[in-house]
Design a protein around this ligand. Sequence first.
Ligand SMILES: [Zn+2]
Length: 244
Amino acid sequence: MKASPEAQRRLLDLQAIDTTLAQLAHKRRSLPELAEIDTVSRELSALEDERVRAQVAVDDLDRDITRFEKDIEQVRLRKERDKTRLDAGGALREIEGLQHELATLNRRQSELEDAELELMEKRETAEATLNEVRSRLDAASGRRAAAEQRRDEVLADIAKEEEFKSSSRGPLAADLPADLVALYDKIRLESGLGAALFRSGRCGGCRIELYGADLNRVKAAAADDVVRCEECRRIMVRTAESGL
Ligand SMILES: [Zn+2]
């Protein structure tokens, strides 16, 4: 293939743009924020499970406490009824029976209240656990939101830089011979690098040093010959810096 030395030299400008674009694409894929968001998301999911368990524990205790309160209320109503009947007076046997029942009800109420108090203490502990999990959830949510914001900022910067680079790539590639760009693109898509400067006897792509006949082949090539590396097949661009 033939191409003017100037077109070959400008292939290096095109390669510089493509290298920057590839670096930007890599940067986008490997942002530390992405790993951080991933880690915090897993943490959030585990914390959410923990929160549900803590909430269930509180709800269960609330249900038990409500049941005890109903029982206590029933005992209280029964006591009131007994007291009213006692105040109304009546036969001795009936009064003794009511007094006996009142004593039993008092013991029952006291037992229920003790048990309820114990549940309320348990509920306090369960609620403290729930609040602690909630605050850890809030903190992790905050960390994720901050990482997402940083990610979005970096992505916006990358997009801006890509747009800038891409806008200069179009006209440059359009200005070069189509067959040269097609060859360059084919090699570049395989290895990331389509053309590299030949300097100090080395291919700028794979860094292999040429000697003897191989070096003479490059030296003997016409200025408009498109010379390719025998090793990596990349276009070796010769300029004034090549030292030939
Ligand atoms: Zn090479």
